[in-house]
Design a protein around this ligand. Structure first.
Ligand SMILES: [Zn+2]
Length: 415
């Protein structure tokens, strides 16, 4: 392949992806608008019309921000690759550190991270203080936002810089099979973060207090016993500090695993409903969905690293994406930017897989708790989070990690 051919292929796939994403967003906006006048059938008596309409406007507002961000992201991608931006950053980094050395690579990848962060920041500000605020969801103060940003940058640098340095060093020092070494390191690093995240990182951003004794705790402990589940604690997190959206999740691995409820969830759901939501989360755990994800992530990263190992020897790959420099850091940066464009068509597969897991976890919940409690919890969550009940089927099939509410409720009632 020549560099020019590869540039054309890349440009074509970028344009195709942009077109597809805009078309799907347009379909979603159209579907939500078309069903705005009436609450769909299984929810008619449970969700008031004004909440349904709020969900429609909220969905549309988020799609609009997403579309603008999509254009900006695509422009950035083209400026950095074909426009020579990455090469320019590479040259700037060479002014700071010895060209071709390890620190040159670390500085180059850090500059890319800073540019991506700076471009994404206005959207994050807009989402929090305009979109979320307009619909009454935002609880983040500017001080919390800035604090989160500062902590995020510090944690990112503390973890990211050593990882980049180590990966680049391994690529240079471990010979032709470097990608196996890097893979083993990357896998161990991810598992380590899964263990450390709930203990060291999450508490930097939120307060976790043990769930109070009372009817809810008794219910939950009975459920855990029925399901044969041991955890190192039940915690309530101050999610209301940032947002009115509610959730519950599992975090950690092995002895460090915890169950975390957002305070907003505990406030709004009855103990039976919280129990049903937790039974669903337990289902994910018992059915080993997390480990299946880890296995797929491991296989994908091995494939990507092997691909990277091959591409590093191909001139057309560098030149075709606007870089005349070669080497480890350059290849890593190009793969980071170019690969998502080529893997985008796989999105529906991962979404489908995720929705299967949701159905399985729902079936588990229906078996170990009351299906009807989960239905009423879901209805409340859709209502309070302004989730749309009438997505476009194609949009939903492409992106949705969770099945559309009407289908999910119908399945639960059949369980
Ligand atoms: Zn789930």
């Amino acid at each position: 392949m020549t560099a020019a051919t590869f540039s054309l292929v890349f440009l074509f796939v970028v344009a195709l992806t942009l077109g597809l994403r805009l078309w799907l967003s347009w379909r979603q906006a159209r579907s939500v608008a078309a069903h705005r006048a009436a609450v769909p059938s299984p929810f008619t008596d449970r969700i008031p019309l004004d909440a349904h309409q709020k969900a429609a406007y909220y969905t549309r507002a988020r799609l609009a921000v997403g579309a603008v961000e999509l254009f900006v992201e695509t422009a950035l991608l083209l400026v950095l690759t074909l426009g020579g931006g990455l090469q320019w950053l590479f040259d700037r980094a060479a002014q700071l550190f010895e060209a071709g050395g390890l620190w040159h690579g670390v500085a180059f990848l850090s500059l890319i991270a800073i540019v991506s962060f700076a471009v994404g920041l206005p959207f994050s500000i807009w989402r929090t203080f305009v979109t979320e605020a307009r619909f009454g969801f935002n609880k983040t103060t500017p001080a919390t936002f800035v604090g989160d940003l500062a902590k995020g940058v510090l944690v990112g640098a503390a973890l990211g810089l050593p990882v980049i340095a180590l990966v680049l060093w391994m690529m240079q020092a471990t010979g032709a099979r470097w990608w196996l070494w890097v893979w083993a390191f990357w896998l161990s690093f991810n598992l380590l973060i899964m263990v450390l995240y709930p203990i060291l990182i999450a508490p930097l951003f939120n307060k976790f207090v043990p769930l109070e004794d009372g009817p809810l705790k008794e219910r939950i402990e009975a459920l855990l016993q029925r399901c044969g589940f041991k955890s190192s604690g039940l915690f309530v997190m101050d999610g209301s500090k940032r947002s009115a959206h509610g959730n519950a999740y599992f975090t950690g691995l092995g002895a460090a695993k915890r169950i975390v409820f957002f305070d907003t969830l505990v406030e709004r759901l009855t103990p039976q409903e919280v129990e049903a939501v937790l039974a669903h989360e337990l289902g994910h755990f018992k059915l080993r969905h997390l480990w299946q994800r880890v296995a797929v992530m491991a296989a994908m990263s091995l494939a990507i690293l092997a691909l990277l190992g091959w591409l590093m020897g191909e001139d057309w790959f560098f030149a075709g994406l606007g870089m005349h420099a070669h080497g480890e850091a350059a290849a890593l940066a190009l793969v980071l930017f170019a690969l998502p464009v080529f893997t985008f068509p796989l999105t529906p597969l991962t979404s489908l897989w995720s929705r299967r897991h949701e159905f399985q976890a729902d079936a588990y919940a229906a078996h170990h708790a009351q299906a009807e409690d989960l239905v009423s919890a879901l209805v409340k969550l859709y209502r309070d989070n302004a989730g749309t009940l009438t997505p476009d089927p194609l949009y939903s099939a492409f992106y949705d990690s969770h099945p559309p509410a009407p289908i999910r409720v119908a399945q639960l009632r059949n369980a």
